[in-house]
Each structure stands twice: as structure tokens, then as C-alpha cells.
Design a protein around this ligand. Structure first.
Ligand code: TXA
Ligand code: MG
Length: 348
């Protein structure tokens, strides 16, 4: 298949959106930018189109897709009932990086929801994404546009690496602004529960809803507790190199990483280091990359996935990373990093 790349870095190209909408309406696949990560879109109400997403990604069929909408009214058609909490959260955070789990209506095929009777819904904060959703019929299923097991794409180039020749079109909207997938909150139980941490923190949700819980499986460092979001059980992404997180007071972390780097190099291994703008100068050896600045946690979230892709393209065989327990997104950043490290953490 020939994959067409369409430029929309400077905003909506009406002709491009019209063509992309046609592809979606006839059951094809279009990757597009959102504020979190790039999505791989298909008509969410067309079971065959949704099935193509699983095939293109190599995604297990029990891992449900998020349905993206562009207008609040659209939600009525895909859920059986709109709880008060959904309206409150939409008013506070939509369009934005928040996904709500609600009971689905008959309109949503089980292929889209991975066999579940609930549906994940999100309204992305990206004008290109919303224009595409409207052009494509109003309901676009879109997981992250990476091959299963690779880091989520934060640039169109990453999508092309994984999906060129596999999907109909890629819309290039430049770098995403957030860089981590949306926060998922389940509204189908007694108490609203976070199933995946993201830019919207528990504190922000609690200001609107009162009590908000976090899925136990996210808090416990224990693989035996089954996460409520099926996708969270997969070892999302394992870098080619061994990844080890070093956690503790900043100065001691830097010293330990230098020691470990020297030791590994003495064994003949090539070492990668994930530091920050503030710590870069402290590392004397190894392939050192800055993930961003501790003074602005958004930069850390933005670069996490691209830095992991960069190391995959290098010849390092072990990577030491600092730990990033930042105020708002720290839980989300560390959730992704700890998974990528297969839970290997050194406490100093
Ligand atoms: O930011 C995002 O949410 C991005 C952009 C493209 O919007 N999308 C995204 O999709 O991250 P994906 O497929 O990579 O992750 C969807 C997650 C999975 O962990 C899946 O298991 C969970 O949402 N999920 C979807 N529907 C669910 C449901 N009905 N119940 C529980 N978890 C659900
Ligand atoms: Mg994903």
C-alpha cells in the first residue's frame, strides 16, 4: 500500500481533511496528530474498519480502542447513559487529554471495545484532529499510531517508521505538545477510578468530582494484580537496550550513574544516559541525552518517547536513566518509564 503524507503543521488544509475523511468513510486508516500522541484512526462504528487497526498495529484483539469525538452532543449516540460526572469532567477538561470509560450503546461494535460492554471516549484538543473526526463521520477509533510494543509516536516521522506502507494516510501536524497518552478515568463503577495516569492528575480530577481512586494495579509494584484497562497489562514497550532507573537524591544519582557507566564501559559495553538540562554537565562518559528540564516538567513528558526511539537507533546496550518524580505529570512519566525498564530500579 502507498501511504500518503499530508502536511498540516501550520493548521488545517481543507482539501487534505476532505480526502482523509473520505478514506475513513470508506473504511481506511489515517494517522493524525493529537495533543497527546499521534493516533491511528478508523471509523469506530464500522467493525471491519476497527479490525484493520488491530492488524496494522499487531495489537491483541482484547485491547479496546478509544473513540474520539469532536463535539459534546456526539457522546449521546455511543453511550447508553451520560452520567453527571461525565458532563462535569467534559466541562472542565474537554477538549483535552482525558478519556472517560462509560457504558456503551448498541451503535458501538464489540470489535472497537475489545469485547467489552463499556466504551472509552475522548475529545482531543487539536484542531486538525477535530476537523478530521467531523470529516470522517464523527466517531474515530484511535489507539496510538505505533506498532504494538514500540514507544508511542510524538512526531509524524515516528508514525512513518512504524506504519509506512501499512496505512492509507499520515497527517503531519508537527511535534505533539504533551507527549504522553491521555489520563483514563472509569466512570462505570461506584467511585471514579483512574486506569491510566496522564497530564490530567488525580488532584485535578478530584477538584471536580470529589473522591477519585487510582486502579490498585498502578500503585502496586506487583504484576499479579490485573489492571482494569486491558492495555495496561502489556509490557508496553521494551527498549532494545537494557534500561535501568536510578532513583534518589540528585547528586547521588549522578555519582552512581557515573560509577555504573565506568564499570559497564570497562566490560566493553556501550552505555546510554538519560539526564536533564540541569545534569548534563555532570556526566563524563557514555552517550548522554537530555530528556528536558526539571524546571519545566512538560519538556520531560514531551521527549520521553522520542529519546527512547533515539536510543533504539543507537548501539548502546545499557541505558541508565534518572528518575522524574515531577509535581503534576510525575506519576504518568514514571508509569511509562518503569514499564519500559521492566521494573529495574536502583535506589541510592
Ligand atoms: O492520548 C490518547 O489516549 C491516545 C490518543 C491517540 O488519543 N490514544 C491512546 O490509545 O493512547 P491506546 O489504544 O494506545 O490506549 C488505549 C487504552 C488502552 O490501555 C486500553 O486498554 C484502554 O485505553 N481502554 C480502552 N477502552 C477501554 C475500556 N472500555 N475499558 C477499560 N480500558 C479501556
Ligand atoms: Mg498505545
Amino acid at each position: 500500500m502507498n501511504t500518503v503524507m499530508v502536511q498540516m503543521r501550520d493548521g488545517i488544509d481543507e482539501d487534505g481533511i476532505r480526502r482523509a475523511g473520505e478514506i475513513l468513510r470508506r473504511g481506511g486508516l489515517v494517522a493524525f496528530p493529537t495533543e497527546t500522541v499521534y493516533g491511528l484512526g478508523a471509523d469506530a462504528l464500522d467493525a471491519e474498519a476497527a479490525a484493520k487497526i488491530y492488524r496494522a498495529k499487531g495489537r491483541p484483539s482484547d485491547n479496546p480502542l478509544i473513540v474520539h469525538i469532536a463535539d459534546w452532543e456526539a457522546i449521546q449516540h455511543i453511550v447508553s447513559e451520560v452520567p453527571r460526572e461525565a458532563r462535569l469532567l467534559a466541562d472542565a477538561f474537554w477538549p483535552g487529554p482525558l478519556t472517560m470509560i462509560l457504558n456503551k450503546s448498541e451503535a458501538v461494535p464489540l470489535t472497537t471495545t475489545g469485547g467489552l460492554t463499556t466504551v472509552a471516549v475522548r475529545m482531543p484538543d487539536h484542531e486538525v484532529a477535530r476537523a478530521l473526526i467531523r470529516a470522517g463521520g464523527g466517531y474515530i477509533a484511535a489507539p496510538s499510531a505505533n506498532t504494538s510494543g514500540r514507544p508511542s509516536p510524538t512526531q509524524a516521522r515516528h508514525v512513518a517508521e512504524d506504519m509506512d506502507g501499512v496505512i492509507d494516510m499520515i497527517i503531519d501536524g508537527g511535534d505533539v505538545t504533551i507527549g504522553l497518552e491521555s489520563t483514563i478515568v472509569d466512570l462505570t463503577g461506584e467511585t471514579p477510578t483512574i486506569l491510566r495516569p496522564g497530564y490530567i492528575s488525580r488532584e485535578m480530577l478530584a477538584k471536580v468530582l470529589g473522591t477519585v481512586e487510582t486502579d490498585r494495579a498502578l500503585l502496586a509494584d506487583d504484576d499479579r494484580i490485573r489492571p482494569k484497562a486491558p492495555g495496561m497489562k502489556y509490557r508496553h514497550y521494551a527498549p532494545r537496550a537494557e534500561l535501568i532507573i536510578v532513583e534518589g537524591p540528585e547528586q547521588r544519582v549522578r555519582e552512581r550513574i557515573n560509577e555504573l557507566t565506568a564499570r559497564r564501559q570497562a566490560e566493553g559495553r556501550s552505555v546510554g544516559i538519560i539526564g536533564t538540562d540541569e545534569s548534563l554537565g555532570f556526566y563524563g562518559a557514555g552517550m548522554v541525552k537530555s530528556i528536558g528540564s526539571r524546571r519545566d516538567e512538560r519538556t520531560i513528558a514531551q521527549h520521553l518517547y522520542s529519546i527512547l526511539r533515539e536510543f533504539d537507533d543507537s548501539d548502546v546496550s545499557v541505558i541508565y536513566s534518572e528518575s522524574f518524580e515531577t509535581p503534576q505529570m510525575g506519576q504518568a512519566i514514571m508509569n511509562r518509564l518503569i514499564k519500559a525498564a521492566g521494573h529495574q530500579i536502583i535506589h541510592v
